[in-house]
Design a protein around this ligand. Structure first.
Ligand code: 2AM
Length: 182
């Protein structure tokens, strides 16, 4: 099964994001837009994982979550990977680095490495993917005029999510959740 660790978002955060994204969408056009209910912050993508690995992953999630106290992420910025001029991913996220988020992602990374997963090569930058583009898109104009109301994402738990890929978009199912701070 295809799995990833993530931070789920409260319904009101998803709703506010979806409203603002709705305004941006006509300007950007095209792309594959993430359904409101699927918005999340990835902590670690695992890919295809055998069922036998689930107990180990549960231990990783529990240990990582227990070691970090709940915290808030100020989601106040729209951005693009790898750059606004050649965007493949449009995202919302915090402008500033979040130490607790980095610590949480590192704790999970540490745990999955111990289980034998190959190391993550991308830095753990907290972001909520809003849209993906098959070919690079110049979003400098759209992003220059776009604003986001400051959103406080309360990070209270870690989720191990299952992703089933379907033609109409992925179906996410939470397999386990662990509260931060134990
Ligand atoms: P992204 O939002 O930055 O694209 C579920 O697919 C989540 O896992 C996505 O939010 C995605 O992050 C992340 N992810 C990381 N690497 C991935 C990969 N190779 N394939 C699919 N998703 C990946």
């Amino acid at each position: 099964m295809r799995l990833f660790f993530c931070v789920e978002l409260d319904d009101d955060v998803c709703r506010t994001l979806a409203e603002h994204v709705g305004r941006l969408r006509p300007q950007v056009g095209g792309g594959t837009w993430v359904a409101q209910d699927n918005l999340h912050i990835t902590l670690r993508f695992l890919g295809e994982v055998a069922e036998a690995a689930l107990p180990g992953l549960a231990e990783v999630g529990r240990t990582a979550a227990t070691g970090i106290a709940p915290f808030a992420l100020a989601v106040d910025t729209l951005g693009a990977f790898p750059s606004p001029r050649r965007a493949r991913v449009l995202w919302a996220g915090p402008a500033r680095e979040s130490r607790p988020f980095t610590a949480l992602a590192l704790a999970i990374e540490d745990g999955v490495l111990r289980l034998g997963f190959p190391p993550e090569t991308k830095p753990a930058l907290p972001h909520i993917t809003l849209a993906r583009f098959h070919s690079p898109r110049d979003l400098t104009g759209a992003l220059a005029g776009a604003t986001l109301p400051p959103l406080a994402v309360e990070v209270r738990q870690v989720t191990l999510m299952r992703s089933e890929l379907r033609p109409q978009g992925p179906l996410y199912t939470a397999l386990s959740r662990w509260p931060l701070g134990g």
